[in-house]
Write a protein that binds this ligand. Structure first.
Ligand SMILES: Nc1ncnc2c1ncn2[C@@H]1O[C@H](COP(=O)(O)OP(=O)(O)OP(=O)(O)O)[C@@H](O)[C@H]1O
Ligand SMILES: [Mg+2]
Length: 323
């Protein structure tokens, strides 16, 4: 459904920054910019849940926004059903904006505090001139039911909802244009465990009911493995390994996947028990980005970036010693 090839995205200071802020940024970023995504290939297959997992700063949200057409990559191609999204004409772009929806990482800041829930859910329908006023009202009521909210909450403003309710509201808004592909960025991370489970169940049931394709972004490998058909593990702006869920138990995963899994299995919190720090996105390590923390690293790992190679049944791995 969606194919990403050799995607690069580096953030530079915006020209709208003041001189002082610009020179602060230049000092901080050593003038290089922030390398968020660094030559990444990935496929999202129709009907699947693809889990995208990795530590904070690995580039997951940036990639999600590129998939959703919100960020333009510096180079590389995003193909939607075989066609480069940068070559879309106005009509194709509009259809893409219908069919691909994002649930943003932070539900509070993604909702306009001045719009009540009904207005938030109607916004997309109004912008795209869909249905009459009565049709839109019916549609919003139906969306409320679908995500487990009662329509009598429709007059409330975002700050009057609980965290879990706000997340349901964001989900309803993302579904309002009946998308085919939903990109859900950390849909449950800020919630209590019991509410997390409710949101996950809701996403799974809506996926079945609506036949959605879904990209689930999370830092929590155990959660992703619970839901996803395939898992892609990101580190330092690159995919380290891609594997189907039923290959989870293999013992020869990429060392980063092994470390993530160990921390998901054994840590009492979701904090990683990996030693060392994630790579500096302004000055990423040479060779394999994971080599400074890798227990299996050898000389070649700091000298040469590994190719991504097929690795067992439907797996791909970027490691010199695998595949
Ligand atoms: N708009 C932006 N301007 C400048 N730098 C950015 C911007 N968005 C992201 N970055 C930087 O790009 C890198 C990747 O960020 P991104 O938000 O994609 O990571 P993430 O994997 O989603 O992290 P988290 O798990 O914390 O959400 C980070 O170093 C981040 O600081
Ligand atoms: Mg993020």
């Amino acid at each position: 459904m969606l194919n990403l090839a050799q995607i690069h995205k580096t953030f530079h200071p915006s020209s709208s920054l003041s001189q002082e802020l610009m020179s602060f940024w230049r000092r901080k970023s050593r003038n290089t910019g922030v390398f968020a995504v660094r030559g990444l290939d990935l496929e999202v297959r129709e009907g699947e849940i693809l889990g995208l997992v990795g530590e904070s700063g690995s580039g997951k949200s940036t990639l999600g926004r590129i998939m959703g057409g919100l960020y333009q990559p510096d180079s590389g191609q995003v193909l939607f059903e075989g066609k480069d999204i940068t070559t879309f004409d106005r009509k194709e772009k509009q259809l893409f904006n219908f069919r691909v929806q994002l649930m943003f990482q932070d539900p509070s800041s993604s909702l306009n505090p001045r719009l009540n829930a009904r207005a938030a859910l109607s916004e997309g329908l109004i912008v795209h001139r869909m249905g009459s006023r009565a049709d839109r009202r019916r549609k919003v009521d139906q969306l409320f039911h679908e995500v487990g909210l009662t329509p009598d909450l429709a007059d409330r403003y975002p700050h009057q909802f609980s965290g879990g309710q706000r997340q349901r509201l964001c989900l309803a808004r993302a579904l309002s244009l009946d998308p085919d592909l939903l990109i859900a960025d950390e849909p449950a991370s800020a919630l209590d465990v019991s509410i997390q489970a409710q949101i996950i169940n809701l996403l799974l049931s809506l996926k079945e009911k609506r036949g959605l394709t879904m990209v689930l972004i999370s830092h929590d490998l155990s959660l992703v493995c619970l839901m996803a058909d395939r898992v892609a593990v990101m580190y330092g702006g690159l995919i380290m390994e891609e594997f189907p869920r039923d290959q989870l138990s293999r013992s020869d995963h990429h060392p980063y996947v092994k470390a993530l899994w160990a921390s998901a299995e054994y840590a009492s919190t979701n904090d990683l028990i990996l030693e060392g720090e994630p790579p500096d996105p302004q000055n990423p390590p040479s060779g394999c980005p994971f080599h400074p923390r890798c227990p299996e690293a050898q000389d070649i790992c700091s000298l040469k970036a590994p190719m991504t190679k097929p690795f067992g049944l439907d797996c791909r791995c970027a490691c010199h010693f695998r595949g």
